[in-house]
Design a protein around this ligand. Structure first.
Ligand code: NAP
Length: 407
């Protein structure tokens, strides 16, 4: 945005999802500050059509060609929106010259190409789609440095760190600590894990989010992915990134500086706050939301992460330790396993069991003759995608074996 009277022009990738809908909620409150250039989704035509009618974007990108055709036939009122499709459509929406800010709110690795294209085009890019940073965090950060793009952390924990850092250099930071709610099973006796139902796993105690991240929160693989995301967003080695369980989800993360000061960011668990922080950066939006009342909350508790309860978290740390394309491979495997779980293929406990076997296989790879180079080093976006696919391939056979285990 060059002049104060000009509105910031936005592309929202994943507009029909939880992040997308919350972003549009914030945008709708400030019509004098933001205009929507493009909305993008996979196939939820009904909601996308309503969003098109409400926000009148120049472009709607629908990844699935059949859904794009349905949107054309539905003829959203207003009539001026160009309807694009496929990966090219997402990339075009993310890189249009008139776009200033791109919200990367797609779920999964499929969001990498448009997010990377937005970075290469020098946009301001808000990163909610953490899988992008897990697959190709180093590439994203390096490309942003070259193009002048700005990466803004929208994930609540990373946004909290971003706010606490307030521009401080990595050498001023001793470590950062991400917080984790513990998900729906933080108090469930371990012996009852085999009986967990999908409905229970999809019921997060503190946050309302899409199904994939909600399952990742229940296994806590999500927090491991967030450590990987933080490693690249903040340029810190893994040993300077800690995690604490904090069941109230009020302290979103903390930064410990080299002089012993610890700065935390607090707020109610509502994604509209980090979203507003990213959209308005470096300004603040006067957002009327329920206020944090610490006296009412009473106490804030912190605990170590239990290895028995949350094996998914430790698998992601292992992938980060192995480096190269291992995080991308684990991510691909996890996406495949969670999709199968949501499709009722097997019980909840199989998710971590399958991923453990995938990680065992991955850990053996660097020693093997002729190991795929993309697992050793991710030099390009294609490498990241190949590593992700490799992990999906390993998971596929194990998913088939587990399919049919009584839920
Ligand atoms: N929800 C949260 O509070 C939260 C917080 C922090 C981080 N995140 C991260 O933000 C990302 C989005 O999460 P979410 O909870 O918003 O997920 P969600 O509710 O499941 O929404 C996913 C969005 O991605 C779109 N999408 C999926 N595949 C696509 C494709 N091939 N092309 C274009 N669009 C595609 C979906 O479109 P359709 O609706 O058409 O399928 C939908 O708009 C995830 O990476 C998550 O980890 C979310």
């Amino acid at each position: 945005m060059t002049d104060k009277t000009q509105k910031k022009s936005l592309t929202i990738l994943g507009s029909t999802g939880s992040i997308g809908r919350n972003t549009l909620d914030v945008v709708a409150r400030f019509p004098d500050r933001y205009q929507v250039h493009a909305l993008a989704a996979h196939s939820n035509v009904e909601l996308l059509a309503r969003q098109v009618e409400a926000f009148r974007p120049a472009v709607a990108a629908v990844y699935d060609p059949e859904a794009a055709q349905r949107l054309r036939e539905r003829k959203p009122r207003g009539g001026r929106t160009a309807i694009l499709t496929g990966m090219e459509g997402l990339v075009e929406a993310a890189t249009a010259p008139e776009v200033h800010h791109v919200v990367a709110g797609i779920v999964g690795a499929v969001g990498l190409q448009p997010a990377y294209a937005a970075v290469a085009a020098g946009k301001e890019v808000s990163i909610a789609n953490k899988e992008v940073m897990v697959l190709a965090g180093e590439l994203m950060v390096n490309r942003a440095r070259e193009s002048g793009a700005r990466l803004l952390p929208m994930d609540s924990e990373h946004n909290a760190v971003f706010q606490c850092l307030n521009g401080a250099a990595p050498e001023q930071v001793r470590r950062i600590v991400l917080t984790a709610s513990g998900g729906p099973f933080r108090d469930l006796p371990l012996r009852r894990f085999p009986a967990i139902t999908k409905e229970q796993a999809l019921k997060h105690p503190n946050w309302s989010m899409g199904p994939k991240i909600t399952i990742d929160s229940a296994t806590m693989l999500n927090k491991g992915l967030e450590v990987i995301e933080a490693r690249w967003l903040f340029g810190l080695p893994p040993e300077r990134i800690g995690v604490l369980m904090h069941r109230q989800s009020i302290v979103h993360s903390l930064v410990e500086f080299v002089d012993g000061s610890v700065i935390a960011q607090l707020g109610l668990p509502d994604m509209r706050t980090p979203i507003a922080c990213c959209l308005a950066h470096p300004q603040r939006l006067p957002l009327e939301l329920p206020r944090l009342d610490l006296a009412e909350i009473g106490k804030l508790e912190f605990e170590e992460i239990s290895q028995d309860r949350y094996p998914g978290f430790f698998l992601a740390l292992e992938a980060l330790r192995l480096g190269g394309g291992m995080p991308a491979a684990l991510n691909g495997a996890n996406e495949a396993v969670v999709a199968a779980y949501l499709d009722d293929a097997f019980p909840f406990t199989e998710i971590a069991a399958i991923l453990k076997r995938v990680m065992d296989q991955l850990a053996a790879v660097p020693l093997a003759e002729g190991a795929p180079p993309f697992l050793r080093h991710v030099a390009t976006v294609d490498d990241a995608v190949r590593a992700d696919q490799f992990g999906r391939g390993l998971a596929a056979a194990l998913i088939e074996q587990a399919r049919g285990t009584p839920c």
